[in-house]
Ligand binder design. Structure first.
Ligand code: S6P
Ligand code: ZN
Length: 183
């Protein structure tokens, strides 16, 4: 393949050119929150991709623009996934907004990192990852991952994450997920 460039707007996360855009609405996240999602058509997030071949020699990347909002006590969040190739790592660079990166291993360990403009989060292989917008503005981040990382959404859809991030009177709180492991 030939070299190429893309312009990334550092505030909005917009890409020019953009080749693939995936929209996730609340209806796509039904069952992932503790409470019912409400309006299924409401936009939760968009993923804009800079494609690259799906092999371990290449590095696709994407921006995620996650809207602010809540479902019950929980903040808007991404579906969350393990990589289909479990040992593949990933880097997130936050551009705008305030978030938490919730991670978990298959044996139930949870880990939370902050996401703010300039934060570079390293997600090692074998850690599922979900981003959570705990602020009032869109959470925008840029992610780079191996081309053969792939997605396993099913494990999270069945088991959930061991922890939830919920709104508390003093700000976001991490609490155990009472439904973790239930299928
Ligand atoms: C891909 C990377 C991100 C997410 C995106 C949406 O490995 O982790 O680009 O795909 O943030 O999250 P999700 O869980 O819906 O794919
Ligand atoms: Zn990923």
């Amino acid at each position: 393949m030939d070299p190429f460039s893309t312009v990334l707007d550092l505030r909005s996360g917009a890409l020019d050119p953009v080749h693939k855009v995936t929209e996730r609405r609340l209806g796509d996240l039904d069952g992932l929150f503790q409470a019912p999602v409400g309006d299924p058509e409401r936009l939760a997030y968009r993923v804009l991709e800079i494609p690259a071949p799906h092999d371990n020699a290449n590095l696709p990347s994407s921006t995620t623009i996650l809207e602010p909002g809540r479902v019950g006590e929980e903040f808007f969040m991404t579906k969350g996934h393990f990589h289909a190739n479990r040992d593949r790592a990933e880097i997130y660079l936050t551009l705008a907004g305030e978030g938490r990166l919730l991670m978990a291993t298959e044996d139930g360990r949870a880990h939370v990192e902050e996401m703010r403009p300039g934060t570079v989060n390293y997600v090692p292989g074998h850690w599922a990852h979900r981003s959570v917008n705990v602020g009032d503005e869109p959470l925008v981040f840029y992610a780079v991952y191996p081309g053969d990382a792939g997605y396993d959404y099913g494990t999270i859809e069945e088991r959930g994450f061991p922890a939830l991030i919920v709104a508390g009177s003093d700000g976001p709180r991490v609490v155990p997920n009472p439904r973790y492991g239930a299928s």
